[in-house]
Each structure stands twice: as structure tokens, then as C-alpha cells.
Design a protein around this ligand. Sequence first.
Ligand code: MF3
Ligand code: CO
Length: 264
Amino acid sequence: MKKYHGAFIKNEREIGCLRQANRMVANILDAVGDMVKPGITTAMIEDLALKMCAGYGVKPAFQGYCGYPYATCCSVNEQVVHGFPSNRPLDEGDIVSVDMGVEYEGFVGDAARTYAVGNVSDMARRLMQVTEESLYVGIDKARAGNDVYEIGAAVQAYVEKAGFGVVRRFVGHGVGARMHEKPEVPNFRPSMPGLVLHNGMVIAIEPMVTEGTYEVDILADKWTAVTRDGKLAAHFEHSVAIRPEGPEILSISDRGLNRETWRA
Ligand code: MF3
Ligand code: CO
């Protein structure tokens, strides 16, 4: 595979595998959206994801990655990312971020969405809306010739204008044969110039947006990231290929590109 400043340039076959891997992830996230309601547990989400992976004959990408114990990350309310599935039932008014990855034919698909559990507060709804919209604002900058940091600059401007915060501690990333490849894709504007995007690069763009402070803490389980002020956080992620025609979102399900799935 060709490399440009450490970032892999994928050919058509490789992008095809990444498209398939991400389609499976998006199908799983659609199915998660169908099941999320008050009373279910995030352990049930994990179970569904595992069963669908088995049905597709693919490996969950997160399980075992740096010792992460589950196939999904299920992060509720003030949990930002990397929450463990649990047996605590979700309550009406909760929001739950589900992040999922699979490995298909040696290539990794990676995407995430936040869902409303029943009726949620106007604040929660606006947070999810702004986070999802900021993802598309970022995707629009994922074009050959752009500095990769233009993505984060656009995400940050959009989010902060809405009065919310962008998490600095976790970033998006190149994705391919490995889940985390170069370049890093921050959701804020770094002070230095970044790598110039080229056609054939594939990146996961994943804004994590907070109601209050963007500072996070990690719980004693060593994984779960929570907002320092205990306020809400949301997370949306797509894997995107840089193409001559512009950004191609790879994490599209058989139902198509479903936006605002949190509205349910
Ligand atoms: N989408 C997340 C990421 O890109 C998921 C990683 S969770 C882990 O970093 F457990 F696998 F690390
Ligand atoms: Co990711």
C-alpha cells in the first residue's frame, strides 16, 4: 500500500473492503436504534452486536484491542466514550452513545451514533443534533488538498457557536487494515499545520461534544471517559474515504444514510 507521510493510500479493492466493513457496522447501528427504549440494557446492545457479527461472519474490532473487553462501547449520559455494556436498564430521558467496529477481510469498519431513550430533554436533543450536524460539517472538509486539521477547525467552530464544547482528549483517526492509523483527526483546531489529505486516504471523523466542560476523566475501570462536570456528552462517527468526487461516507447501512436516527 502506498504511504503519504505515514498515512496509507488505499486502492479500489481496499476501499471496497472498508465499504463492506462499514456497511455492516452501520447495519448494526440501525438495529441498535430499533431496539433502544426504556428498560433495555446496554448488555442487550452488546449481545445484538455480537450476534450480528456472527451472522456476517466477521470479527468485532474493539474486543481485545488494547485489552478492551467488549465488542461495543456503550456510553450513557455523562459518559463520553468507551463505556462498558452493563446490566443496568436504560431510563426514559437517557441518551446512549454506541460505538462499534468490525474487521472484514482484514479491514476495519468504525462508526458511532448517540440515541435518545424514549423522550429526552430539549437540551439532550439539541446536543445530539449539534453533534451529528458537526460531523457532517467536518466531513465536508474531508477533501484532497485540504489540511486534515481543517476538519477539526470546522467542527469546533460549529459546536462552539451552538454553545457546546468539543473534547480534546480523544480524536478521530486514519482507518484501514488497522483501526488507528495516521493521521490523527482532532475535533478542534491545533496550532500547527497538519497532513494534507490525498485521494485514497480513509479517516474516521468522530466529534465528541459536551453540554458543559470539554474536560474528561477516566473512571477506575481504566476505560470509561466521563465529563468532568457530569453533564451530557454525545458522539457521532463516520468512516470517510477521500475521493476525487469528494468525501465518500463508507458507514452507510442498507437503509441508506440515515440522519437524525436519535429523533426516534
Ligand atoms: N471509535 C473508537 C475509536 O476510534 C473506538 C475504539 S474503542 C476500543 O477510538 F476499545 F477499541 F479502543
Ligand atoms: Co473511531
